[in-house]
Design a protein around this ligand. Structure first.
Ligand SMILES: Cc1cc2nc3c(=O)[nH]c(=O)nc-3n(C[C@H](O)[C@H](O)[C@H](O)COP(=O)(O)OP(=O)(O)OC[C@H]3O[C@@H](n4cnc5c(N)ncnc54)[C@H](O)[C@@H]3O)c2cc1C
Length: 409
């Protein structure tokens, strides 16, 4: 067992930690930076795992956060296949799975999320997959090469994107089984969710809403059928489950960091946890959002990316608030590309045409724009950001009226 000291310890090998490392160096940190991650791969971007990488259009190298040489050039020490087993927040020492002990000056906890697992009969059969890491995407891609029918469980972005990718690139007959009545309804409402469901159905994907999974059946140890509580039975060669994620706060909790109501690590607007000098970023970070005026925890790529930067700046004592409007993107193969700023809810006000797949939906609550989603009109999101930050009242009729310049509102 060796004990040594670093200036900056970054825990978790995901995007938040990687971008924090990058910004520490870009902002002139000359002390030692150690990034410890549990996975076998250096930090990479997860969105392609359900999109370009799964479709075979993006290579592993393209998906990596940075090429392998970059870490050496930046003098950032990367320990992969290594877990932080214990974080002693008062002594400021982390114990690694290698048994090494790392004393640190500042630390970032960015341990991300784990998939939510469904414990139903047959859940241990072969051919049932979740998607979080490179190896999961590789395994689903292999299924895509040999399967004729794949069932996706869940009506959110993982299931819809994977169904689109498997159909587009692998010519698999896909079916989506979900609790929601309409795909993506819980995030974007039934009207906009219905647009995306229409895109999927137009490309031959079967969508079964209002269905609760009862069990999986199999033959020779491999899944062959999905059965729902209402009696729907779908034959299949494989299953992919996208039933949401849970923030991995195990380490933070045992270290005594305060947790918030949304299940994340409770942080200030500068992403500092309840223990001074220990920051959090990404999926686990529940921060006081100066934009929303309340604590927020958001599981988006862009949020992890930007929070990594804010945390780096504040580890260097800059005292900045995380005041970026959260942004999300998703695509369904080549069929549709959407972008979203929020998160928020309210009445859906549509500008443009859902039928033509060229629209922006504004979510208006008590006269205020809280979120917006666009297909084909990225420029509208700039205006939506302005509305969200300003928290001013906006006339819904003017939002919907294509003759009104959004910039004038
Ligand atoms: C398939 C897929 C597609 C996605 N597509 C989109 C998209 O289109 N748009 C979008 O906005 N978002 C998307 N996301 C979400 C986005 O990728 C995540 O929000 C983002 O990756 C979160 O980054 P993070 O660094 O907080 O956590 P993670 O990426 O989860 O990284 C955390 C890392 O910490 C490691 N770790 C945990 N505990 C320890 C420990 N004790 N010691 C060491 N290491 C530890 C974990 O193994 C993991 O590697 C997608 C996610 C997935 C899985």
């Amino acid at each position: 067992m060796a004990r040594r000291r670093v200036d900056h310890l970054l825990i978790g090998g995901g995007l938040a930690a990687a971008n924090c490392a990058r910004w520490l160096r870009e902002e002139g940190a000359d002390g030692s930076v150690l990034l410890v991650g549990r996975e076998p791969d250096p930090p990479y971007n997860r969105p392609p795992l359900s999109k370009g990488y799964l479709q075979g259009r993006e290579s592993r190298e393209e998906v990596l956060f940075r090429p392998d040489d970059w870490w050496r050039e930046q003098e950032i020490e990367l320990m992969i296949r290594t877990s932080v087993m214990k974080l002693d927040a008062s002594e400021r020492v982390a114990t690694l799975s290698t048994k090494d002990e790392i004393e640190f000056d500042k630390a970032l906890v960015a341990t991300g999320s784990n998939v939510r697992r469904l414990r139903v009969d047959g859940c241990d059969l072969d051919g049932i997959h979740y998607l979080r890491a490179f190896a999961n995407s590789d395994a689903i891609r292999e299924e895509g090469d040999r399967a004729e029918r794949i069932v996706l469980i869940g009506g959110s972005y993982i299931s819809t994107e994977v169904a689109a990718s498997l159909t587009w690139a692998h010519d698999v007959k896909c079916s989506i089984v979900m609790l929601e009545n309409v795909t993506l309804e819980q995030f974007y409402g039934a009207r906009v969710g219905g647009f995306f469901q229409g895109v999927l159905e137009d490309h031959g994907i079967g969508v079964y809403g209002g269905q609760e999974l009862d069990r999986f059946e199999g033959s020779d140890g491999r899944v062959s059928k999905v059965v729902t509580k209402s009696g729907l039975e779908l034959e299949c060669d494989a299953v992919v489950i996208g039933a949401g994620v849970l923030p991995d706060t195990t380490l933070a909790k045992h270290a005594g960091l305060e947790l918030g109501e949304a299940g994340g690590v409770r942080c200030s607007s500068g992403l500092e946890s309840s223990v001074p000098g220990i920051f959090a970023a990404g999926d686990i970070c529940e921060y006081d959002s100066p934009i929303h005026g309340r604590p927020m925890r958001i599981e988006h790529w862009d949020v992890a990316f930007n929070q990594g930067k804010t945390a780096a700046l504040n580890m260097l004592g800059r005292g900045v608030e995380h005041d970026v409007v959260p942004y999300f993107f998703s695509d369904l193969a080549d069929w549709s590309w959407m972008e979203y700023v929020g998160p928020g809810s309210g009445d859906t006000v549509v500008r443009g045409s859902l039928e033509d797949g060229d629209f922006t939906a504004f979510y208006v609550d008590d006269g205020r724009v809280t979120a917006a989603l666009t297909v084909g009109r990225s420029d509208d999101l700039e205006e939506a950001r302005r509305f969200i930050v300003g928290r001013d009242s906006v006339d819904p009729a003017a939002l919907a009226d294509e003759g009104t310049d959004l910039a004038s509102l």
